[in-house]
Design a protein around this ligand. Structure first.
Ligand SMILES: Nc1ncnc2c1ncn2[C@@H]1O[C@H](COP(=O)(O)OP(=O)(O)OP(=O)(O)O)[C@@H](O)[C@H]1O
Ligand SMILES: O=P(O)(O)OC[C@@]1(O)O[C@H](CO)[C@@H](O)[C@@H]1O
Length: 316
Protein backbone atom coordinates (compact mmCIF):
# COMPACT_ATOMS: atom_id res chain seq x y z
CA UNK A 1 0.00 0.00 0.00
CA UNK A 2 1.15 3.53 -0.73
CA UNK A 3 3.37 4.72 2.10
CA UNK A 4 1.60 8.07 2.18
CA UNK A 5 -1.94 6.91 2.71
CA UNK A 6 -3.81 8.85 5.38
CA UNK A 7 -6.29 6.62 7.17
CA UNK A 8 -9.18 8.32 8.95
CA UNK A 9 -11.38 6.77 11.61
CA UNK A 10 -14.90 8.03 12.33
CA UNK A 11 -16.53 5.99 15.06
CA UNK A 12 -19.59 8.25 15.00
CA UNK A 13 -20.23 9.26 11.40
CA UNK A 14 -23.39 11.00 10.28
CA UNK A 15 -25.71 11.85 7.48
CA UNK A 16 -25.41 15.62 7.36
CA UNK A 17 -28.63 17.30 6.33
CA UNK A 18 -28.11 21.01 5.75
CA UNK A 19 -31.14 23.28 5.52
CA UNK A 20 -30.80 26.89 4.41
CA UNK A 21 -33.46 29.33 5.63
CA UNK A 22 -33.96 33.07 5.34
CA UNK A 23 -34.25 33.37 9.10
CA UNK A 24 -34.36 30.85 11.93
CA UNK A 25 -37.27 31.52 14.25
CA UNK A 26 -37.74 28.98 17.03
CA UNK A 27 -41.29 27.73 17.38
CA UNK A 28 -42.21 28.72 13.82
CA UNK A 29 -42.81 26.66 10.66
CA UNK A 30 -40.09 27.81 8.26
CA UNK A 31 -39.87 27.03 4.55
CA UNK A 32 -36.34 25.94 3.63
CA UNK A 33 -34.71 27.72 0.70
CA UNK A 34 -32.47 24.73 0.03
CA UNK A 35 -31.68 21.28 1.44
CA UNK A 36 -28.53 19.23 0.95
CA UNK A 37 -27.51 15.77 2.14
CA UNK A 38 -23.81 14.99 2.60
CA UNK A 39 -21.91 12.09 4.17
CA UNK A 40 -20.55 13.43 7.45
CA UNK A 41 -18.37 12.96 10.46
CA UNK A 42 -15.01 14.55 11.07
CA UNK A 43 -12.84 11.75 9.76
CA UNK A 44 -15.16 11.26 6.81
CA UNK A 45 -14.75 14.95 5.92
CA UNK A 46 -10.96 14.74 6.21
CA UNK A 47 -10.95 11.81 3.78
CA UNK A 48 -13.43 13.51 1.46
CA UNK A 49 -11.20 16.59 1.29
CA UNK A 50 -7.99 14.59 0.83
CA UNK A 51 -9.48 12.54 -1.99
CA UNK A 52 -10.86 15.65 -3.70
CA UNK A 53 -7.29 16.96 -3.72
CA UNK A 54 -5.67 13.73 -4.91
CA UNK A 55 -4.14 12.72 -1.59
CA UNK A 56 -4.38 8.96 -0.95
CA UNK A 57 -6.76 8.18 1.89
CA UNK A 58 -8.93 5.43 3.36
CA UNK A 59 -11.97 6.20 5.51
CA UNK A 60 -12.87 3.70 8.23
CA UNK A 61 -16.40 4.21 9.50
CA UNK A 62 -19.13 2.40 11.37
CA UNK A 63 -22.41 2.04 9.49
CA UNK A 64 -25.74 0.80 10.85
CA UNK A 65 -29.28 0.55 9.60
CA UNK A 66 -30.78 2.12 6.50
CA UNK A 67 -29.04 5.41 7.29
CA UNK A 68 -25.73 3.56 7.48
CA UNK A 69 -26.45 2.05 4.10
CA UNK A 70 -27.13 5.53 2.73
CA UNK A 71 -23.88 6.83 4.22
CA UNK A 72 -21.95 4.00 2.55
CA UNK A 73 -23.75 4.64 -0.73
CA UNK A 74 -22.91 8.38 -0.64
CA UNK A 75 -19.26 7.69 0.14
CA UNK A 76 -18.96 5.00 -2.54
CA UNK A 77 -20.64 7.31 -5.04
CA UNK A 78 -17.99 9.92 -4.21
CA UNK A 79 -15.32 7.27 -4.78
CA UNK A 80 -14.03 7.43 -1.21
CA UNK A 81 -11.85 4.36 -0.43
CA UNK A 82 -13.99 2.98 2.37
CA UNK A 83 -13.86 0.36 5.10
CA UNK A 84 -17.32 0.20 6.67
CA UNK A 85 -17.75 -1.75 9.90
CA UNK A 86 -21.35 -2.99 10.28
CA UNK A 87 -23.03 -1.74 13.45
CA UNK A 88 -26.30 -2.82 15.06
CA UNK A 89 -27.17 0.76 15.97
CA UNK A 90 -28.44 3.21 13.38
CA UNK A 91 -26.01 5.71 11.91
CA UNK A 92 -27.03 9.13 13.16
CA UNK A 93 -28.29 12.19 11.29
CA UNK A 94 -27.03 15.67 12.07
CA UNK A 95 -29.02 18.70 11.00
CA UNK A 96 -27.44 22.06 10.21
CA UNK A 97 -29.58 25.16 9.75
CA UNK A 98 -27.77 27.92 7.88
CA UNK A 99 -28.94 31.53 7.63
CA UNK A 100 -27.90 33.92 4.83
CA UNK A 101 -25.32 35.66 7.04
CA UNK A 102 -23.58 32.30 7.52
CA UNK A 103 -24.86 31.78 11.07
CA UNK A 104 -24.99 28.05 11.63
CA UNK A 105 -27.22 26.21 14.09
CA UNK A 106 -26.28 22.58 14.39
CA UNK A 107 -28.25 19.72 15.93
CA UNK A 108 -26.09 16.62 16.36
CA UNK A 109 -27.60 13.31 17.43
CA UNK A 110 -25.51 11.38 19.98
CA UNK A 111 -25.31 8.25 17.82
CA UNK A 112 -25.93 4.67 18.92
CA UNK A 113 -23.74 2.59 21.28
CA UNK A 114 -21.11 0.26 19.81
CA UNK A 115 -20.60 -3.21 21.25
CA UNK A 116 -17.23 -4.59 22.34
CA UNK A 117 -17.27 -6.84 19.30
CA UNK A 118 -17.98 -3.88 17.01
CA UNK A 119 -15.13 -1.90 18.55
CA UNK A 120 -12.81 -4.86 18.07
CA UNK A 121 -13.92 -5.07 14.44
CA UNK A 122 -13.16 -1.36 14.04
CA UNK A 123 -9.66 -1.81 15.46
CA UNK A 124 -9.04 -4.74 13.10
CA UNK A 125 -10.31 -2.71 10.14
CA UNK A 126 -8.08 0.26 10.98
CA UNK A 127 -5.14 -2.12 11.36
CA UNK A 128 -5.83 -3.66 7.96
CA UNK A 129 -6.24 -0.25 6.35
CA UNK A 130 -3.13 1.17 7.99
CA UNK A 131 -0.59 -1.31 6.62
CA UNK A 132 2.13 0.94 5.22
CA UNK A 133 0.15 4.12 5.84
CA UNK A 134 1.73 7.34 7.09
CA UNK A 135 -1.07 8.61 9.36
CA UNK A 136 -4.04 7.42 11.33
CA UNK A 137 -6.44 10.30 12.02
CA UNK A 138 -9.02 9.61 14.73
CA UNK A 139 -11.78 12.18 14.62
CA UNK A 140 -15.02 13.22 16.16
CA UNK A 141 -17.24 12.46 19.09
CA UNK A 142 -17.57 8.99 20.58
CA UNK A 143 -20.89 7.14 20.44
CA UNK A 144 -22.58 6.64 23.82
CA UNK A 145 -20.85 4.07 25.98
CA UNK A 146 -17.62 3.91 24.02
CA UNK A 147 -14.70 4.14 26.49
CA UNK A 148 -13.11 7.60 26.45
CA UNK A 149 -9.70 5.91 26.28
CA UNK A 150 -10.41 4.41 22.84
CA UNK A 151 -8.39 7.00 20.91
CA UNK A 152 -5.55 6.69 23.44
CA UNK A 153 -5.39 2.92 22.99
CA UNK A 154 -5.40 3.24 19.20
CA UNK A 155 -2.72 5.94 19.45
CA UNK A 156 -0.47 3.75 21.59
CA UNK A 157 -0.86 0.82 19.22
CA UNK A 158 -0.27 2.70 15.97
CA UNK A 159 2.53 4.83 17.40
CA UNK A 160 4.31 1.61 18.40
CA UNK A 161 3.73 0.37 14.84
CA UNK A 162 5.50 3.45 13.47
CA UNK A 163 2.38 5.22 12.21
CA UNK A 164 1.85 8.86 13.11
CA UNK A 165 -1.44 9.58 14.90
CA UNK A 166 -3.56 12.73 14.76
CA UNK A 167 -6.54 13.27 17.06
CA UNK A 168 -9.43 15.70 16.53
CA UNK A 169 -11.90 15.25 19.34
CA UNK A 170 -13.03 16.97 22.53
CA UNK A 171 -13.56 16.54 26.24
CA UNK A 172 -12.39 13.44 28.14
CA UNK A 173 -11.50 11.62 24.90
CA UNK A 174 -9.01 14.38 24.02
CA UNK A 175 -7.53 14.44 27.53
CA UNK A 176 -7.10 10.66 27.50
CA UNK A 177 -5.57 10.73 24.02
CA UNK A 178 -2.90 13.23 25.13
CA UNK A 179 -1.45 10.64 27.50
CA UNK A 180 -0.75 8.42 24.50
CA UNK A 181 1.47 11.13 22.97
CA UNK A 182 -0.18 11.76 19.60
CA UNK A 183 1.91 13.52 16.97
CA UNK A 184 -0.87 16.05 16.38
CA UNK A 185 -4.08 17.29 18.01
CA UNK A 186 -6.48 19.77 16.36
CA UNK A 187 -8.71 21.44 18.94
CA UNK A 188 -10.87 24.41 18.11
CA UNK A 189 -11.03 27.31 20.55
CA UNK A 190 -13.84 25.80 22.62
CA UNK A 191 -12.17 22.37 22.76
CA UNK A 192 -8.89 23.98 23.81
CA UNK A 193 -10.60 25.94 26.59
CA UNK A 194 -12.41 22.82 27.78
CA UNK A 195 -9.16 20.84 27.81
CA UNK A 196 -7.32 23.34 30.02
CA UNK A 197 -10.37 24.27 32.09
CA UNK A 198 -10.22 28.02 31.53
CA UNK A 199 -11.28 30.60 28.93
CA UNK A 200 -9.00 30.96 25.91
CA UNK A 201 -9.54 34.46 24.56
CA UNK A 202 -6.28 36.13 23.58
CA UNK A 203 -3.51 34.82 21.36
CA UNK A 204 -1.40 34.42 24.49
CA UNK A 205 -4.16 32.34 26.06
CA UNK A 206 -4.27 30.11 22.96
CA UNK A 207 -0.50 29.61 22.93
CA UNK A 208 -0.36 28.97 26.68
CA UNK A 209 -3.16 26.42 26.44
CA UNK A 210 -1.58 24.73 23.43
CA UNK A 211 1.75 24.51 25.23
CA UNK A 212 -0.09 22.88 28.12
CA UNK A 213 -1.45 20.22 25.74
CA UNK A 214 2.11 19.68 24.51
CA UNK A 215 3.27 19.26 28.10
CA UNK A 216 0.56 16.63 28.51
CA UNK A 217 1.75 14.64 25.52
CA UNK A 218 0.86 16.13 22.15
CA UNK A 219 3.90 16.81 19.96
CA UNK A 220 2.13 19.42 17.84
CA UNK A 221 -1.02 21.42 18.47
CA UNK A 222 -2.96 22.94 15.58
CA UNK A 223 -5.50 25.19 17.29
CA UNK A 224 -8.24 26.42 14.97
CA UNK A 225 -9.83 29.76 15.77
CA UNK A 226 -12.67 30.13 13.28
CA UNK A 227 -12.52 33.44 11.42
CA UNK A 228 -9.35 34.30 13.37
CA UNK A 229 -7.47 31.54 11.57
CA UNK A 230 -5.26 29.06 13.38
CA UNK A 231 -2.20 28.79 15.61
CA UNK A 232 0.43 26.08 15.17
CA UNK A 233 2.46 25.29 18.28
CA UNK A 234 5.32 22.84 17.83
CA UNK A 235 8.83 22.23 19.17
CA UNK A 236 10.27 24.69 16.64
CA UNK A 237 8.01 27.51 17.87
CA UNK A 238 4.70 29.18 17.11
CA UNK A 239 3.23 30.04 13.72
CA UNK A 240 0.06 32.08 13.38
CA UNK A 241 -2.07 32.52 10.31
CA UNK A 242 -5.42 33.50 8.90
CA UNK A 243 -7.23 33.43 5.58
CA UNK A 244 -10.03 36.01 5.66
CA UNK A 245 -13.33 35.18 3.94
CA UNK A 246 -15.67 38.11 3.28
CA UNK A 247 -18.91 36.15 3.09
CA UNK A 248 -18.79 32.73 4.75
CA UNK A 249 -21.40 30.33 3.33
CA UNK A 250 -21.11 27.45 5.85
CA UNK A 251 -18.45 26.77 8.45
CA UNK A 252 -19.40 23.11 8.85
CA UNK A 253 -16.38 20.96 8.10
CA UNK A 254 -13.97 23.88 7.99
CA UNK A 255 -11.86 22.39 10.74
CA UNK A 256 -11.76 19.08 8.92
CA UNK A 257 -10.59 20.82 5.75
CA UNK A 258 -7.94 22.73 7.73
CA UNK A 259 -6.69 19.44 9.18
CA UNK A 260 -6.73 17.73 5.78
CA UNK A 261 -4.74 20.53 4.15
CA UNK A 262 -2.26 20.60 7.01
CA UNK A 263 -1.69 16.84 6.75
CA UNK A 264 -1.51 16.95 2.96
CA UNK A 265 1.29 19.55 3.15
CA UNK A 266 3.41 17.53 5.57
CA UNK A 267 1.96 18.54 8.94
CA UNK A 268 4.91 20.73 9.97
CA UNK A 269 5.74 24.43 9.95
CA UNK A 270 4.43 27.45 8.11
CA UNK A 271 3.90 25.82 4.69
CA UNK A 272 1.60 23.17 6.16
CA UNK A 273 -0.29 25.74 8.22
CA UNK A 274 -0.72 27.92 5.14
CA UNK A 275 -2.11 24.99 3.14
CA UNK A 276 -4.50 24.08 5.93
CA UNK A 277 -5.74 27.66 6.19
CA UNK A 278 -6.35 27.81 2.45
CA UNK A 279 -8.35 24.57 2.53
CA UNK A 280 -10.30 25.71 5.60
CA UNK A 281 -11.18 29.04 4.02
CA UNK A 282 -12.24 27.26 0.83
CA UNK A 283 -14.55 24.99 2.85
CA UNK A 284 -16.17 28.01 4.47
CA UNK A 285 -17.05 29.40 1.04
CA UNK A 286 -18.94 26.23 0.08
CA UNK A 287 -22.50 25.27 1.03
CA UNK A 288 -23.34 22.71 3.69
CA UNK A 289 -20.45 20.36 4.41
CA UNK A 290 -19.24 20.29 0.82
CA UNK A 291 -15.48 19.88 0.93
CA UNK A 292 -13.13 21.89 -1.29
CA UNK A 293 -11.59 20.69 -4.55
CA UNK A 294 -8.42 22.19 -6.08
CA UNK A 295 -10.41 24.78 -8.03
CA UNK A 296 -12.00 26.03 -4.78
CA UNK A 297 -8.71 26.66 -2.99
CA UNK A 298 -7.14 30.14 -2.97
CA UNK A 299 -3.68 30.42 -1.44
CA UNK A 300 -3.30 34.15 -2.10
CA UNK A 301 -5.63 35.05 0.80
CA UNK A 302 -3.45 33.30 3.40
CA UNK A 303 -1.42 35.42 5.83
CA UNK A 304 1.29 33.71 7.89
CA UNK A 305 3.20 35.16 10.86
CA UNK A 306 6.05 32.89 11.83
CA UNK A 307 7.04 33.69 15.39
CA UNK A 308 9.75 31.32 16.64
CA UNK A 309 10.14 33.75 19.55
CA UNK A 310 6.63 33.08 20.76
CA UNK A 311 5.59 30.14 22.84
CA UNK A 312 7.29 29.78 26.20
CA UNK A 313 8.90 33.19 25.82
CA UNK A 314 5.51 34.84 25.24
CA UNK A 315 4.08 33.46 28.41
CA UNK A 316 7.22 33.49 30.55
N1 LIG B 1 -15.64 32.72 9.19
C1 LIG B 1 -14.48 32.23 8.73
N2 LIG B 1 -13.73 32.94 7.88
C2 LIG B 1 -12.56 32.45 7.40
N3 LIG B 1 -12.05 31.24 7.73
C3 LIG B 1 -12.77 30.50 8.57
C4 LIG B 1 -14.01 30.92 9.12
N4 LIG B 1 -14.47 29.95 9.94
C5 LIG B 1 -13.57 28.95 9.88
N5 LIG B 1 -12.55 29.28 9.07
C6 LIG B 1 -11.37 28.46 8.75
O1 LIG B 1 -11.65 27.12 9.12
C7 LIG B 1 -10.75 26.72 10.16
C8 LIG B 1 -11.49 25.87 11.17
O2 LIG B 1 -12.53 26.65 11.74
P1 LIG B 1 -13.03 26.30 13.23
O3 LIG B 1 -12.04 26.79 14.21
O4 LIG B 1 -14.42 26.76 13.30
O5 LIG B 1 -12.90 24.70 13.23
P2 LIG B 1 -13.92 23.62 13.82
O6 LIG B 1 -14.71 24.18 14.94
O7 LIG B 1 -13.09 22.40 14.07
O8 LIG B 1 -14.85 23.40 12.56
P3 LIG B 1 -15.73 22.05 12.25
O9 LIG B 1 -15.86 21.33 13.56
O10 LIG B 1 -17.03 22.55 11.72
O11 LIG B 1 -14.93 21.30 11.22
C9 LIG B 1 -10.22 28.00 10.77
O12 LIG B 1 -8.93 27.78 11.34
C10 LIG B 1 -10.16 28.90 9.56
O13 LIG B 1 -8.98 28.61 8.81
O1 LIG C 1 -20.47 15.09 16.83
P1 LIG C 1 -19.07 15.31 16.29
O2 LIG C 1 -18.44 14.01 15.86
O3 LIG C 1 -18.18 16.14 17.19
O4 LIG C 1 -19.24 16.23 14.99
C1 LIG C 1 -19.96 15.71 13.90
C2 LIG C 1 -19.98 16.78 12.83
O5 LIG C 1 -20.65 17.96 13.28
O6 LIG C 1 -18.65 17.13 12.48
C3 LIG C 1 -18.54 17.38 11.10
C4 LIG C 1 -18.05 18.79 10.89
O7 LIG C 1 -16.75 18.91 11.49
C5 LIG C 1 -19.93 17.14 10.49
O8 LIG C 1 -19.80 16.44 9.27
C6 LIG C 1 -20.64 16.30 11.53
O9 LIG C 1 -22.05 16.48 11.52
Amino acid sequence: MNQHVIVTLTLNPSLDRTIEVDRLVTGAVIRATSVRLDPGGKGVNVSRTLLANDVPTVAVVTAGGADGDQLVHLLETDGIPLRAVPAAGRTRSNVTIVEPDGVVTKLNEPGEPLSRAELDAVADMVLAATEGASWVVTCGSLPPGVPTEIYARLCEFFTAAGVRVAVDTSGPALLAALEAKPVLVKPNREELAEAVGRPVGSLGDVIEAAEELRDRGARTVLASLGADGAVLVEEEGVTIGEAPVAAPRSTVGAGDALLAGFLAAGARGAPALAEGLAWGAAAVCLPASRMPRPEDIRRDIVRIHTRPDLGRSLIA
